[in-house]
Design a protein around this ligand. Structure first.
Ligand SMILES: NC(=O)C1=CN([C@@H]2O[C@H](COP(=O)(O)OP(=O)(O)OC[C@H]3O[C@@H](n4cnc5c(N)ncnc54)[C@H](OP(=O)(O)O)[C@@H]3O)[C@@H](O)[C@H]2O)C=CC1
Ligand SMILES: CC(C)(CO)C(=O)C(=O)O
Length: 309
């Protein structure tokens, strides 16, 4: 399978490295700065008992080649528009585009720009970050990609992609309804983002103090209520996982958005939090804590914009 991984950051670099190591024909679309770093050092993945080193096939915008069989879209939401323009030559009628971003708003953007036929749903469950050297550090065990047709129909191309992922050691269980799965991940990530960003600490640091677990529970109530009103209720094992993860008193977990915030970098706040609060309002669901978290991140983004030359 000819695969284009768009972005060789924490997520794209990890999954792309796994697929290339498993023998797939993987090309990474990168920007010039990342290309330079990868040419100098190679693509390296470390953590959880794994160490990968490879010389990646790199292309930059304008020389993307294509069409590809599979495009794994792994840029941040803030970089989506430019990335979509860059990948136009990579996408033909038989290409499948799997987005690995958190949130859901990008689905509409992708369908509008690329056409409904090529866009699948996607969820990445992995905890990775970039080191100062640009290496990919994997900080927790999951290595999961969920994908499926947006209308939930069974599909041979989805089965083929899941097979290729599985050969690379990436869990890709069948998903009955990928859009619901994206909402469920959104409930998880938005709860985690609001909790850690409002309290400026890891999950464990927040839950170690009186009131911390109450805040986590109150946030889950809000995020789950929006998902339910939108027709994607989070129940059973999914809800239990989110609850136990965000109420753990010893977890060092932080989301990538929190790490961007404390690093003084732009964040995906609009895509991950503001979008959820706007949907909540449209659905008549009150989300005062999420509104506060989104407002705090807006102040951060506004400050960054004001400081830009
Ligand atoms: N990190 C994690 O553990 C998880 C993250 N996610 C989600 O996955 C998405 C990606 O996050 P993450 O990998 O952490 O982010 P990173 O910032 O680590 O990686 C994004 C990469 O995209 C690159 N990029 C941006 N625009 C382009 C472009 N036009 N062409 C080529 N490359 C481009 C950036 O390149 P450059 O170096 O040039 O800036 C960067 O290397 C986000 O939506 C995030 O919420 C989901 C699950 C887990
Ligand atoms: C929290 C985590 C790692 C879960 O997959 C995530 O999605 C992120 O950091 O953006």
């Amino acid at each position: 399978m000819r695969i284009l991984t768009v972005g060789a950051g924490a997520v794209g670099g990890f999954f792309g490295a796994r697929l290339a190591t498993a023998g797939q024909d993987v090309t990474f679309l990168v920007r010039p700065g990342r290309a330079k770093a990868l040419e100098a050092r190679g693509l390296r993945v470390a953590g959880q008992g794994e160490e990968l080193r490879l010389t990646p096939n790199l292309v930059t915008a304008g020389a993307v080649g294509g069409p590809y069989d599979l495009v794994l879209l792994s840029v941040k939401a803030t970089a989506l528009d430019t990335a979509l323009a860059d990948i136009e030559p990579a996408v033909g009628p038989d290409t499948a585009v799997v987005p690995l971003l958190n949130g859901v708003a990008h689905l509409q953007t992708l369908v509008a720009r690329l056409g409904a036929g090529v866009v699948l749903g996607g969820v990445a469950k992995v905890v990775t970050t970039l080191s100062d050297d640009g290496d990919i550090l994997r900080m927790a065990p999951p290595a999961v990609v969920l994908t499926g047709e947006l209308d939930a129909r069974p599909s041979a191309r989805v089965d083929a992609i899941r097979g290729v992922l599985a050969e690379a050691g990436i869990d890709s269980p069948a998903t009955e309804d990928i859009v619901a799965a994206m909402w469920h991940k959104w409930v998880f990530i938005s709860t985690l983002v609001a909790l850690t960003c409002l309290m400026r600490g890891t999950v464990g640091e927040v839950n170690a103090v009186p009131g911390g677990a109450d805040l986590a529970a109150a946030l889950i109530s809000e995020t789950a209520a929006v998902a339910e009103a939108a027709g994607h209720p989070v129940t059973g094992a999914e809800l239990a996982f989110t609850t136990s993860t965000v109420t753990s008193p010893s977890s060092p977990l932080t989301p990538s958005l929190y790490r961007d915030l404390v690093a003084g970098a732009p964040t995906e706040a609009d895509h991950v939090l503001t979008d959820l609060t706007l949907r909540a309002r449209a659905l008549g669901v009150a989300t005062p804590l999420l509104d506060l978290a989104a407002l705090q991140l807006r102040v951060h983004e506004h400050r960054l914009a004001a400081e830009r030359p």
